[in-house]
Structures are given as structure tokens and as C-alpha cells.
Design a protein around this ligand. Structure first.
Ligand code: IVH
Length: 676
């Protein structure tokens, strides 16, 4: 039986665990646990301390903010301490806080308006201006003493170096953060330079701000939101927090546009919270909560603060998007095209609103860069609709005997040796008869955008492939329905439905059929382009590489891929099965238009009466002409409608290119000759 732990021991244990995490988070910008885990530890400690007030000590993490400043930067003592915020984890706690606050203010005192803001996920700094000139910037540190990051803050474009008409002393406080777009750019550059990617935008922002060399910080595109004032000397009196934000804005400081004054009490606050719960992923920066502040600065002063946090504000935390779980194993999935993708098998974990059990690891290089190993505790992140991601291992909890994971040599499905083509990130299974690939290609063929075979779903395909009824897409049209009928769940009706769906698919357009063949690089658009260009499957099969390259809209890679596909006897066998099965090989009718404009280039500018821009272009192209966007010496004629582009007209005149009106254009289309 486990020995019960005394509150004293548990408190001291919690304090030391939190200390370790705090150092990793604040000093090394490398968190060892997700925020939610840290919150839970703090919560437990707070609760224990509340039950045993005699055990509270001034050095408990509950009584301090952040971590002591590192020795990398000079210390800065804040003129006004930089406090933290208390948290509410659900709406009841939020309402409870507002009620307590009301009680503290006393009966009959109207708390007035609230100000709701986003809780930006970055790091707090204080920027000091003296006589309008930025003289110092410091991190929060432990709230009393921060780190001098003046040089680095001067590189942040959002933060002015000078503020005209500022009071004698002005301390602006706010959050340094990275926009998601800047974060993605930074991580791409990190990886390209062979460096580790940052775990999340917050850590990237912190790591970028705490650089020794401000030239590095300057490349990171940090941003800033201001949301509080610190020390102010010589300013005019402001009586509300919302007015403070307006004042900051008037000074040229960036103030977030979603800050809102709420005048209908807690209901209004809850409505704001709900609105931004919904909009959490619509913005180009992360926020992990909503900060609610009492607007009236006089009442704020009256309420005061605890050792750590003001009583007039609270942070409503949104559900965490990062959690910790165990990486059970790394497995390989084989895609329909043969790509071999490593993925994580995870101990189920609830994160970002869903239970996550698997997450892609992309490819060998990604696994190596993250160095995640089976058995590791890992941080899993799922933000919004984005697919879950394994961010990295929790190194402090790694089994000392673990070894790096090695990419398997063979396909887990058919045991063929995997290959990784030169210059590519992905491994592939080269066996085109690999059952997983066969299934993938049949699923692709039957999908809606291709042959749209309604009753041929994944489970039927699985069953038929594993019993040898289907070996390729050609077999669909020679299916042994008696054998299908013998399977459990395939009664008369379902077999009839399946047969009817297969029959109906025979008349799909040629473009859908070409797309359905899983020719590498040929998507549905190119399927259609090929169908139109060749008009028949046999013409496509017979096309030379040159013929294919001459098709408008096909690149050389696609042309080579199509040519390569039809040069393989195995594929011609499939085509033969499709032909014998009665599948449509005919392309769309291409109207027989006389090619009057062959070799000509006709530019159109301005608005025509009987043609839109597209239909004029179609009229030219369908007659064998070109319709370039600009005029050159080679242009045959320029057709001019109402409000033409001035530069095109001038150029036509300069180059001596004939200018036609709409009647002249029609004459040209019909006869291939310029009007007299
Ligand atoms: S006000 C005394 N407003 O949250 C109140 N803080 O947990 C000072 N934060 O250190 C903070 N967005 O880094 C405030 N709109 C916002 C905020 C915000 C993010 C951070 C800030 C602060 C921490 C407190």
C-alpha cells in the first residue's frame, strides 16, 4: 500500500518540481511540461497552502512571479512591480471571482465597466521612456527585478524608439510575441540551418528576445501589444483602464483591436469569452486566455493586490492545446502511392478538444530532428482543426537506457525493402503489388471525383483485396459477384446495389478515368486536360513524350509521368481489363472550329460589347491563336473596347501593331485576315 504523504512533504515536493519547471521555462525558454501540467501542479500547491496557511513561505512559487533573472543580462529593478494574474479555469470560477470582488468593494458599490482583453501568449516586458526617448526595456523576471533587454527591444518594429509629447517618465507594459506567420518562417529557417525548431510561438518569442546579440533578435520579426502603464511622471490623470488603452494608442503604441469595454456586467464578460473561444484560431497570433480587468482605476487601487497578483483582474484560461502523454511506439503507414510515413502511437490523451491516439511524424528527418523515442513522455499539441502533432520529448523524464529510433528497412505490409529516393524526404515501398498500395489505388479510383462508385467503400475494398477478388482497378469490372454474395453482410440487395454502381461508373467522363488511374502527379484537372487534348484513351496511350509536352497546361514532369505510366506492360494490362469491362474511353466532343488564327497573337484591352474577357480569350484560343497579356512587336493585332489600358494602346502605336474595334475583331476571327 502506498504510504500517505504528509502535506508538508507534498508541499515541499511540489515546490521543487515547480522550481525545476520554472527554471526551464523562464531561463532556458525550453519548457519541460505543457502549461496545463504546470497549472495543475500550482493549483495543488495553492490548495494545500490554503488548507495549511502555516506552511506558506515567502519563497514558495505561489508567492513569487516567474523566476529570478538570469545572469546573462544586467538586472533592472522595476519602478512599479510587474505582477502576475490569478487564473479562472471555468466560467463558474470567473463568475465567483466577480462576485467576491463585488463583495470586497462593499454593498451598494457598482463595479462599473469591465475591460476584456486577449491573454497573449508571449512574454511581458516593461519599456521605459524618459522625455519621449526609449531608455530601457526589461523582462518581468521575478516581478521585482527583470533583465535588461533594451538593445533587443530596440529592434522590434512595433515599439517606437521615440514618443513625441510623452510625459517625463512613461513605462509602457505589454507582451512581446511572434505572429504565427513569423513563427513558421523562423522555424523553417532554423531547420534549414540545421538548428532545432522552436516548440511554440511563445518559446520562440522568449528565445528571440533573450539573445545576447541583438542582430539575431532583429531577424526574428517580433511583435508587441501594449496593455498597461507602469511608472508615469508628469502625465495627465486617467481614470479608467480603457482610457489607458486609448492613451497608449494615441502615443503610437500598438494596442490590440479586440480589447473591449463591457458595460453589461458578468454576462457581457461571458459573451466576450465565448466569442473568443470560437475565434481562437482565426487570428495570426496565439492567445491562451481572456484577461478581465475592472475598468475604474480608483476601484482598482481600492482593491489592491495580493503578493502576486492584482485583485481587480483575472485570467480566464482557455483549454490547453498541449498535453503530455506517452509515446507507445513509432509505426509506419503505407499510403496508396507507396509513401512510407512514420506516425506516433500515443497513450490516449485529451487535447485541443479531442482524444488523440495517433499523430503523424512526417518523415525520417523529422523524427531525427525531434529525437522522439518509443517510451518517451512527449508533448502533444493540437490547435483548432489542425491535425495533432508531437512537439517533442520531455527530456527530463527519458529513460536513460533509451536509444534513438531507427527507420525500418522493410515495408510493414509486404516486407519489400523500402527506398528513399535521392533528394526526397520520404521513404517509399517500391512494390506496386503491395496490398496496401493496391487498396489505396482502388479507393482512389472509386472516390467521388474519379469513378464515383457508390457502394465500393474502404471496408469492401479491404475485404475483396484480402480475398484476392481485386488485384487492380481493372478487376472491378470483372468482379465475381457470387463470391461477394458468399461474404457475411453481402445480401442480395447490397450485391445488386454494388453491381449497379459499378455499371453506372462505366460511363464516367474520360477525365475522371484518367485521374482515377493514380498516375503520379495527375490530379483531376490534369485528367480533364489530357481527356480534352487526346479525345480517346487509345490516343493518350499512343502519345509520344513530345505530344504530351505540347499539351497546353501540362508541365514536363507530368508529361514524363504520363508517358512512363503507359510504357509499363502491367498498366496496359489494367487498361485492357477496363476496355473489356466496357468502361468509356471516349473523351469530350471537341467542336471542329476552323483554325483561322493559327500562329497569331491577339491582345484584347478594354470592355467589349459581345464578349467578356474570358469569352474573347476562348474565341481566340479555340481558333488556334494566342491571347497574351501584353503588347510586343510580335502581336498581330490589339482589339480595343471601352476604357482600354493606356499602356497597351501606346505600345501598340509605338510598335506599329494594327488596332481593331469589335467589328474588326469579328472579321479577324471569321476570316483570319485583318480588315482592310
Ligand atoms: S495584464 C497586473 N493583460 O499574462 C496585470 N497581462 O499571468 C498585469 N498577459 O505577465 C498583466 N496578455 O505576460 C495583462 N492582455 C493582457 C495580457 C497579459 C498576456 C500576460 C502577461 C502577464 C501574464 C500574467
Amino acid at each position: 500500500m502506498p504510504v500517505p504523504v504528509s502535506p508538508e512533504n507534498r508541499i515541499s515536493e511540489l515546490r521543487s518540481i515547480i522550481e525545476v519547471h520554472n527554471r526551464a521555462y523562464y531561463e532556458q525558454d525550453q519548457p519541460t511540461v505543457p502549461d496545463a501540467e504546470w497549472d495543475a501542479l500550482m493549483r495543488e500547491l495553492k490548495e494545500l497552502e490554503a488548507q495549511h496557511p502555516d506552511l506558506v513561505t515567502p519563497d514558495s512559487p505561489t508567492q513569487r512571479v516567474g523566476a529570478a533573472p538570469s545572469t546573462l543580462f544586467a538586472p533592472v529593478v522595476h519602478a512599479v512591480p510587474m505582477m502576475s494574474l490569478d487564473n479562472a479555469f471555468d466560467k463558474d470560477e470567473l463568475a465567483g471571482w466577480a462576485e467576491r470582488l463585488g463583495r470586497r468593494l462593499g454593498e451598494g458599490v457598482d463595479p462599473g465597466a469591465w475591460v476584456c482583453e486577449l491573454k497573449f501568449d508571449g512574454l511581458a516586458i516593461s519599456v521605459r521612456y524618459e522625455n519621449g526617448v526609449l531608455v530601457q526595456a526589461a523582462t518581468r523576471g521575478d516581478g521585482r527585478t527583470g533583465e535588461d533587454v533594451t538593445h533587443n527591444v530596440r529592434t522590434i518594429a512595433d515599439i517606437p524608439n521615440e514618443i513625441p509629447h510623452a510625459p517625463e517618465v512613461l513605462e509602457v507594459r505589454g507582451e512581446v510575441y511572434l505572429r504565427l506567420s513569423a513563427f513558421a518562417d523562423l522555424n523553417q529557417r532554423q531547420v534549414e540551418a540545421g538548428l532545432k525548431a522552436y516548440v511554440n510561438p511563445r518559446n520562440a518569442a522568449a528565445g528571440s528576445l533573450r539573445q545576447k546579440d541583438s542582430r539575431v533578435t532583429a531577424t526574428r520579426n517580433l511583435s508587441f501589444w501594449s496593455y498597461q502603464l507602469g511608472q508615469v511622471v508628469g502625465g495627465s490623470a486617467i481614470s479608467g483602464h480603457y482610457d489607458t488603452l486609448q492613451y497608449l494608442k494615441s502615443l503610437g503604441m500598438p494596442v490590440n483591436e479586440h480589447a473591449r469595454q463591457v458595460t453589461n456586467g458578468v454576462d457581457g464578460v461571458l459573451a466576450y469569452v465565448e466569442e473568443f473561444e470560437r475565434r481562437r484560431h482565426d487570428l495570426d497570433y496565439e492567445f491562451d486566455g481572456i484577461v478581465v480587468k475592472l475598468d475604474d482605476l480608483g476601484l482598482q487601487r481600492q482593491l489592491g493586490a495580493t503578493a502576486k497578483a492584482p485583485r481587480w483582474a483575472i485570467a480566464y484560461k482557455l483549454p490547453p492545446e498541449e498535453q503530455i502523454t506517452t509515446l507507445r511506439d513509432i509505426e509506419i503507414s503505407i499510403g496508396g502511392g507507396g509513401s512510407a510515413t512514420p506516425f506516433a502511437q500515443l497513450e490516449p490523451v485529451f487535447v485541443g478538444g479531442v482524444t488523440v491516439t495517433t499523430a503523424t511524424l512526417h518523415n525520417q528527418d523529422q523524427v531525427a530532428a525531434k529525437d522522439v523515442r518509443p517510451g518517451d513522455k512527449v508533448i502533444v499539441r493540437r490547435a483548432g482543426e489542425v491535425i495533432p502533432e508531437v512537439v517533442g520529448p520531455v527530456l527530463s523524464e527519458r529513460d536513460p537506457n533509451s536509444v534513438p529510433w531507427v527507420f525500418p528497412t522493410n515495408c510493414p505490409v509486404c516486407d519489400t525493402a523500402l527506398v528513399r529516393p535521392e533528394g526526397e524526404a520520404r521513404h517509399r515501398c517500391p512494390n506496386i503489388d503491395c496490398p496496401r498500395q493496391v487498396r489505396g489505388r482502388i479507393e482512389h479510383f472509386a472516390q467521388r471525383n474519379a469513378m464515383d462508385i457508390e457502394h465500393l467503400g474502404e471496408s469492401s475494398i479491404d475485404l475483396f483485396v484480402s480475398h484476392g477478388l481485386l488485384g487492380d482497378v481493372g478487376d472491378i469490372y470483372h468482379l465475381d459477384y457470387e463470391a461477394v454474395h458468399a461474404f457475411e453482410g453481402y445480401g442480395e440487395t447490397s450485391v445488386t446495389n454494388l453491381a449497379a454502381a459499378i455499371e453506372a461508373s462505366k460511363s464516367r467522363p474520360l477525365g475522371n478515368l484518367i485521374f482515377g488511374l493514380s498516375i503520379p502527379h495527375v490530379g483531376s484537372t490534369n485528367g480533364e486536360v489530357l481527356a480534352k487534348a487526346f479525345g480517346h484513351m487509345d490516343a493518350l496511350i499512343a502519345a509520344s513524350l513530345d505530344d504530351l509536352q505540347a499539351v497546353d497546361g501540362l508541365g514536363p514532369i507530368i508529361a514524363a509521368s504520363v508517358h512512363g505510366y503507359f510504357s509499363q506492360p502491367r498498366h496496359l494490362e489494367i487498361i485492357d481489363k477496363l476496355r473489356r469491362g466496357g468502361v468509356n474511353f471516349e473523351g469530350p466532343e471537341v467542336p471542329d472550329i476552323p483554325q483561322t488564327l493559327a500562329g497569331m497573337a491577339v491582345v484584347v484591352t478594354g470592355t467589349l460589347e459581345n464578349y467578356s474577357r474570358d469569352s474573347a480569350a476562348d474565341a481566340i484560343k479555340s481558333r488556334g491563336g494566342k491571347n497574351p497579356g501584353s503588347v510586343s512587336k510580335k502581336t498581330t493585332a490589339v482589339v480595343v473596347g471601352a476604357s482600354p489600358g493606356a499602356s497597351k494602346l501606346t505600345k501598340a502605336e509605338e510598335a506599329g501593331v494594327p488596332i481593331l474595334d469589335e467589328a474588326g475583331f469579328e472579321h479577324l476571327l471569321n476570316t483570319g485576315e485583318l480588315p482592310a
